[in-house]
Design a protein around this ligand. Structure first.
Ligand SMILES: [Zn+2]
Length: 129
C-alpha cells in the first residue's frame, strides 16, 4: 500500500504519523511513529514492528514479521542544503521561512562564526589527553 502526500506540501521538523484502519463504527489504530526530517538520511525513514508505537505491535502475531513502513522524502529545493550558510539560501527558501526562524538562523550563524575552532594539534590535545 502506498500513500502519497502532494509534493506542494512542504514538511519539515517533527512529523507524527498515525495509521488507522477505517472501520464501520470506528477507526482502529494500526500504529504510530514519528520522524524529524533533520535526521532523515538519503531521504528515506524506515520503521519496523519494533520501532513503531505502541510497543505491543512488536509482539502481535497479526502483524507480519517483515512488517515495514518506508517514508520517502524529496528535497524541497534543488539548490539549498542544510549545510548552507543563511546568506546562500535561495530566495524561494528564504520566502518560506518565518521572520523569527530566519532571525534564529542568523543568530546560530553568528555564534558559529564567533567560535574558535581548535587546530589539529589542539584537537589532538583535547581528544586524546
Ligand atoms: Zn532553496
Amino acid at each position: 500500500m502506498s500513500i502519497e502526500i502532494p509534493i506542494s506540501m512542504s514538511l519539515g521538523g517533527d512529523i507524527y504519523f498515525r495509521l488507522k484502519h477505517k472501520g464501520g463504527m470506528k477507526n482502529k489504530l494500526i500504529c504510530r511513529f514519528a520522524v524529524n526530517t533533520s535526521f532523515v538520511i538519503d531521504n528515506i525513514a524506515t520503521f519496523t514492528k519494533e520501532t513503531v508505537d505502541p510497543d505491543k505491535v512488536a509482539k502481535d502475531a497479526r502483524y507480519h514479521p517483515d512488517f515495514k513502513i518506508e517514508v520517502f522524502f524529496s528535497d524541497s529545493c534543488p539548490y539549498c542544503s542544510p549545510e548552507h550558510r543563511v546568506e546562500k539560501v535561495c530566495v524561494k527558501c528564504i520566502s518560506r521561512m518565518e521572520e523569527e526562524e530566519l532571525e534564529n538562523w542568523y543568530k546560530i550563524q553568528e555564534i558559529l562564526d564567533g567560535h574558535d575552532y581548535p587546530n589539529h594539534e589542539q584537537g589532538v590535545m583535547l581528544n586524546f589527553n
